[in-house]
Design a protein around this ligand. Structure first.
Ligand code: HEM
Length: 502
């Protein structure tokens, strides 16, 4: 609090200096140039000399460090705003708030760390599935399940429960206790990691909000992500339950979890990952832009170019396409549809299996076959694999189209350098991902390739998000930048700001 009051008075002092004509040029110089006595705004349209530009930038940096924008209290901004300039430009309309305008950098690092943890659990979850360990724990005990069986008696009790499951009876009737322990530990670590993801997110989130380290929109997003993590635990158990159902004892059935629930579980994990990564990157970007307000305004002005809107939308569309392709991959994994048609690009005698096989009446549950189309799309392994191939090919083509678009003369001129690099990253990850997918299929889904293919989908998604974050126009940060620059350098025109940033 004391620090705030102190910084407030410093800022008020700075604000007063800002409103005075003595800020950038000494009185003597002004007199020599015939400026003295003229109102500031009259000379404002005169381009700044390089010395003035330097002073402007160094002033803004000083202001920036004084404001400590990692934690810009609105009050501080307002106190200078009202001293420096009366309630114009809409600034004074902003009411004082519990939340700072910009979330702290530590929040960004924690979000990115949480995204890494979610990345890890997704890969570990994939390994749990590929080693067929996921159905080894037949109960859901969110609190007491944190500890593994501690003695032989406990192990025997757990093994007995597993022995009554369809998976043991049909697939693993000869499994011994030691083999059971290894699959049990896989699932147990996966669940423990899930608890860790939840605790290491929710507790710091509460702390950061209480310590006023997050902006209001970010606080809402953190609440949303926390809810999603909790829901993910529930989806996980809902998925496991589908693999323990009694009807899986029926002759000819293959005990495994529902492909729908597996996909829902993966979709929730990917969504958590995307939210953590995107928000972490957004906070760091805001800090970078606010560190040099004049340059930040200039950068965002360039991004507002109407021609970049189509590029931005294309990146958003591509991100969605990668997400959908990944979810169709989860359906392939859930149905073990990677164990048929182990060739590429052919599927049997042609590029696709025969129509009768793709739209097989046995998957329909309605007498009028009204569900024939969608049930085959989601439940028939042949068509599910074909769906994934088509979506993967579409993703590949879309990435190549984006790359070609980024090479057009107008995009070459307008795209920031980091965005051009981002496009190259997306292209590279797409090639790797497609190669991994084809290898996984051809080699009959070996664990190491399938797991790397899954990691590849997250890397590709990460890179499309990084590219998106480099071309996105953060409107909130843009407003903050204008607040800082306008209220501190109001008498200086855009041309002067531009001159200062050259
Ligand atoms: C942009 C391209 C691609 C993306 C984003 C993608 C994504 C994914 C994802 C997320 C999975 C689920 C992994 C799991 O849950 O364990 C998967 C599975 C699979 N994908 Fe892809 N994939 C792509 C391209 C391909 C291609 C071109 C092929 C081959 C034709 C392919 C073949 C497979 C197979 C066989 C599986 C099942 C693996 C298993 O059973 O674990 N994928 N894919």
């Amino acid at each position: 609090m004391a620090a705030f009051t102190a910084s407030g008075s410093v800022l008020r002092g700075i604000g007063a200096r800002f409103s005075s004509s003595e800020l950038f040029t000494c009185r003597q110089c002004l007199r020599n140039r015939g400026y003295a006595g003229r109102p500031f705004s009259n000379r404002a349209s005169t381009p700044l000399s390089s010395q003035q530009s330097e002073r402007l930038n160094s002033y803004i940096s000083t202001l920036r460090s004084k404001l400590r924008t990692s934690f810009i209290p609105r009050k501080a901004l307002l106190s200078t705003a009202t001293t420096a300039q009366p309630a114009k430009e809409g600034v004074a309309k902003i009411k004082s708030s519990f939340f700072p305008d910009v979330s702290s950098k530590s929040v960004a690092y924690w979000l990115l760390g949480s995204a890494v943890s979610v990345f890890g659990i997704v890969i570990f979850g994939g390994l749990t599935r590929l080693t067929e360990s996921g159905l080894s724990i037949t109960e859901w005990r969110p609190v007491t399940g944190s500890l593994p069986p501690m003695n032989n008696e406990d192990w025997e009790a757990e093994f007995t429960k597993y022995r009554s499951s369809p998976e043991y009876k049909i697939l693993n009737p000869n499994m011994n206790l030691d083999e059971f322990k290894s699959i049990y530990y896989m699932e147990w670590i996966h669940r423990l990691w899930g608890r860790f993801v939840g605790m290491s997110f929710v507790i710091p989130a509460v702390y950061f909000v209480a310590r006023k380290k997050v902006s209001k929109p970010m606080a809402l997003r953190l609440a949303g992500i926390s809810g999603l993590i909790g829901f993910q635990g529930f989806i996980g158990w809902w998925m496991v339950k589908s693999g323990l159902k009694d009807d899986l004892f029926a002759p000819g059935s293959h005990p495994r979890v529902s492909q729908y629930r597996l996909t829902a579980h993966l979709a929730a994990a990917f969504t958590c990952y995307v939210a953590m990564l995107w928000n972490g990157l957004a906070i760091l970007r805001s800090h970078r832009l606010l560190a040099k307000p004049a340059a930040g305004i200039y950068e965002l002005k360039d991004l507002k170019h109407p021609k970049l809107a189509l590029f931005r939308r294309s990146v958003a569309g591509l991100t969605l396409l990668v997400f959908i392709t990944a979810m169709s991959g989860a359906l392939v994994a859930g149905l073990d549809a990677g164990l048929i048609y182990n060739e590429f690009p052919y599927m049997g005698n042609g590029l696709t299996p025969p129509k009768a096989e793709l739209f097989d009446g046995k998957y329909s549950r309605h007498s009028d076959h009204s569900d024939l189309w969608w049930r085959n799309m989601l439940e028939n392994p042949s068509l599910v694999q074909l769906d994934h191939r088509i979506l993967a090919t579409t993703t590949f083509t879309a990435v190549m189209a984006l790359w070609a678009y980024s090479k057009t003369p107008s995009m070459k001129k307008l795209l920031p350098r980091v965005a051009k690099k981002g496009v190259h990253g997306v292209v590279a990850f797409t090639f790797v991902q497609v190669a991994l997918g084809i290898s996984t299929l051809i080699y009959l889904v070996p664990t190491h390739l399938a797991s790397t293919h899954q990691a590849g989908s997250l890397f590709l998604l990460t890179w499309t998000l990084v590219l998106g974050s480099r071309v996105w126009h953060p409107s909130r940060t843009a407003k903050l930048l204008q607040m800082i620059v306008r209220n501190k350098t109001r008498p200086i025109t855009t041309s002067a700001v531009n001159a200062a940033t050259k």
